[in-house]
Design a protein around this ligand. Structure first.
Ligand code: HEM
Length: 238
């Protein structure tokens, strides 16, 4: 009697797929929006306001980000708890990458929780108490104040590094598992491409973070637009 694919097989495939779409795509868009800080406060706040103006935003956030993120994280933890590490017996690079995929996944679970409470909701005790959600006009100042605290900046840099690696290596695992990249040589070159993508993504994300504490981030300031001065609205005449 013919049987369909097992539920575990389908959950595995869904886990891989959610890592790419929507979560991977969200991360690329997120780093693009953050990079607008390179052109100063007004440019970044305009970008945040445009996001806040998207119709049905809450619906999109719940079904497009939070539910896929919850499924991907919880199922990722289940997979990790079932797998065995063999890096100490076989020190091949791929075994280390396999271990690293699980370590970055675990770290990201804690980091994303911290980050969303810290910036989106303004609910991290001892840190910023103003949510960026609904306060686009204060968003640059909120993030700038947070990133001026060295340990907070360090956590964000680690979060960006972990996400860049987790996504890029996840794309490689996906391409191999779904039969998109076949053959040893093709897989080797695809892996080099993904490592290069991880480094590129990290550089873009880290530079965006730096742009909240220094105009134009780590780049020479001539490469960015001259930041527009944000002037408060004049008081209304009664
Ligand atoms: C330069 C570093 C980063 C900055 C400045 C930043 C900024 C922000 C801000 C301001 C929000 C709230 C958006 C709003 O309410 O309008 C947010 C939400 C979020 N960020 Fe980041 N972020 C950074 C890095 C990351 C990284 C590395 C991840 C990992 C995937 C991440 C994942 C998220 C998620 C899942 C949300 C919630 C999405 C939502 O509220 O719709 N962020 N981020």
């Amino acid at each position: 009697m013919a049987t369909g694919p097992s539920i575990t097989f389908l959950l595995r495939k869904l886990h891989q797929l959610t890592g790419i779409v929507p979560l991977g795509v969200f991360f690329l868009v997120h780093m693009f929006t953050n990079s607008k800080a390179l052109n100063g406060e007004a440019a970044f706040e305009k970008a945040v306001q445009e996001i806040h103006d998207i119709p049905y935003l809450l619906f999109l956030e719940i079904f497009g980000i939070f539910i896929p993120l919850l499924f991907h994280s919880v199922y990722g933890i289940i997979i990790s708890s079932e797998s065995k590490t063999n890096v100490f017996r076989y020190g091949y690079a791929r075994n280390w990458f396999y271990l690293f995929q699980r370590v970055t996944g675990g770290f990201l679970f804690v980091f994303i929780l911290f980050h969303v409470l810290n910036l989106r909701f303004g609910l991290m005790p001892g840190l910023n108490m103003t949510p960026v959600a609904g306060n686009a006009d204060l968003s640059y100042q909120i993030i700038s104040a947070e990133f001026s605290i060295p340990w907070v900046m360090a956590i964000y840099i680690l979060g960006i590094a972990a996400t860049a690696w987790h996504l890029a290596y996840g794309v490689w695992l996906f391409a191999v598992d779904w039969g998109i990249v076949i053959g040893e040589k093709a897989q080797k070159y695809a892996l080099y491409g993904c490592i290069a993508a991880a480094i590129g993504l990290f550089a873009i994300g880290a530079n965006a973070a730096a742009a909240f504490v220094r105009p134009c981030g780590l780049l020479p300031q001539g490469l960015c637009e001259k930041p527009k001065v944000v002037t408060p609205a004049p008081p209304r005449r009664v």
